[in-house]
Design a protein around this ligand. Sequence first.
Ligand code: ASP
Length: 413
Amino acid sequence: MKTKMSLTTKIFAALVLGIITGLAVYPMKDNPFISKYLIDFIFNFLGNGFIRAIRMVVIPLVFFSLVVGAAGIEDVAKLGRIGIKTLIFYLSTTAMAVILALVGGNIINPGKGVSLGTVAVSNVTVGQPKPFVDILLNMIPINPVEALANGNMLQIIVFAILVGVSLSILGERTLGMKRLLEEGNALSLKLVEIVMLIAPYGVYGLISKTFATFGFVAIIPLFKYFLGVVVILFIHCLITYQGILAIVGRYNPLRFLKRFAPTMMVAFSTASSSAALPSSLKCMQETFGVSKSISSFTIPLGNTINMDGTAVMQGVATIFIAQIYGVDLSMANYITIILTSTLASIGTAGVPGAGVIMLGMVLTEVGLPMEGIGLVMGIDRFVDMFRTMINITGDAVCTVVISKSEGEKLQEA
Ligand code: ASP
């Protein structure tokens, strides 16, 4: 009988098989044959081969998706006031989400107690603390080609946004260029799709290697990471969002949740903001009664740039990976995480698993090993379902708040 497994099922199966293989190999890990050929060759090749392939697609993906995203928001100028309010809302709630993730991550300490630092990676270097002004200055590339070649993400983002904005100002005159960049975006999404085909093997290699080296103790931090992200997501949803809704928007949070729940379920089950977009838009207009002129701007824009759930995951995952590798993060590292996760979540596509690929960008900026992605990838789909739900809830809260601030009468009973 031939059954077709979805990629998610395969990745999860690879995680489980990896744990089983790793645990079976663990007692023999000091055998020279096992360590040389199985752990350091086969597991290592599968795992790191996958990581290298992910790294290959990150830079084109970030560049093209941001240029295209920025080039598409011509409406910001037209909608003026609403545009600015929306951007402030999206950016500040995302930054709040990352700060919450960093505080929560330091309380939960998902990766404390198990240090893979000595065995898995020997030369972990974490960025030296830099003065804040240098972090800001360093975001401006003096040579964009160099920024791309060196993979300096913050510089790439600044350049990409400026290119996008210029394209949208030039309009007709650069239509060909815009098309080309849009095709570049489609191309990089295809590359991601192809690379993800080997994800099950990569995850199998990375997880087998981890468990073969550390045995059963490696599973505890993974659970703590998962629970940590979910708890922080709920705090962000129930306290930050509902607080803003009640205080700024003067809208009953319980009514909001009841009305928006069906859309949240779409996001939860598909793990894709894009898939939940039509339902979200319809719900805002028909169930809440928000005008088309506001909702058809805030919802699609938020769907692409406002991903607080993804930012929370990236914050907690970065702390988790730093702790696993025994790296102490400095204040400057935390500021870098807040900035990069906010930007990385903006650049994340609304499809399953996109956020964990963009996590590579945060890890690179902080100077942590990309192998860390492999540790969280096996359970990422579960995390993804929860974070996608929060991603789209933020857009809806913003829409209600802005609609009320513009004096619209919503259905509140
Ligand atoms: N799946 C998420 C979304 O569509 C993106 C992510 O992977 O974080 O919103």
